[in-house]
Ligand binder design. Sequence first.
Ligand code: ADP
Ligand code: MG
Length: 251
Amino acid sequence: MNIKTDNIRLSYGSTEILKGLGVEIHDKEFVGIIGPNGSGKSTLLKCIYRVLKPDSGCVWLGDEELRSLPVKESARRVAVVAQHNYYNFDFSVREVVLMGRAPHKKALERDHAQDYRIVQECLETVGMAEFADRSFSTLSGGEQQRVILARALAQRTPCLVLDEPTNHLDITHQLQIMKIVRNLGVTVVSAIHDLNIAAAFCDRIYVMKNGQITAAGSPAEVLTSDMIARIYQVDAEITRDSRGNLHILFI
Ligand code: ADP
Ligand code: MG
């Protein structure tokens, strides 16, 4: 399923944060959004996962406008791994992942054996099966992040939105998460702060600055010394390793 935004604008008070953004993520494409802190990446993603409503412009999920879909239906199309996850109650890991099944249920419908099976599978996928009975709040930041990914996987959606999903993770788990997501074969749009991770995993990258898209293309087209100097004011050298993979060295 493809995701599209058409000329979306959003302001907080008199400050315009998104200045007419258009992005398109094709079916099963893995698209990264990069850009400095405060450029509007999370705000754009929140418009896509329906936490914020743009002042104008449209978001499309497949052939339908997001605002025309019942909330439950949009939750069957898009799952989210957001940046901060707080719970006021003490849920177990299994309970957190089970929440991902909610959009597939009627009001007050109980959890079925199939839901528990899906939860188990998703916990295994992220390597957290042995934590199922632990209290979510006692996990490390990285473990929590993997459980939140499992919850998103349990939603079984054709689209996944990720907001800097590898923050708090060591390099092993950064790569693990990105590989899991890459291999799902679903449409992915992800804010990514690490340019080398973006280079390694994205089919295409959008570069945001000051609420606008300033560049778009394949990692090789977008991740140039010029772009990095212009966007981040940092000197960088772009190299390829012995396998031909792109790497960015900051000088
Ligand atoms: P990014 O994810 O690229 O770091 P954000 O989308 O989080 O950027 O933020 C974009 C801009 O919007 C920032 O300048 C931020 O301070 C501002 N902003 C975000 N949320 C709010 C809010 N609730 N009220 C006012 N300004 C906000
Ligand atoms: Mg952000």
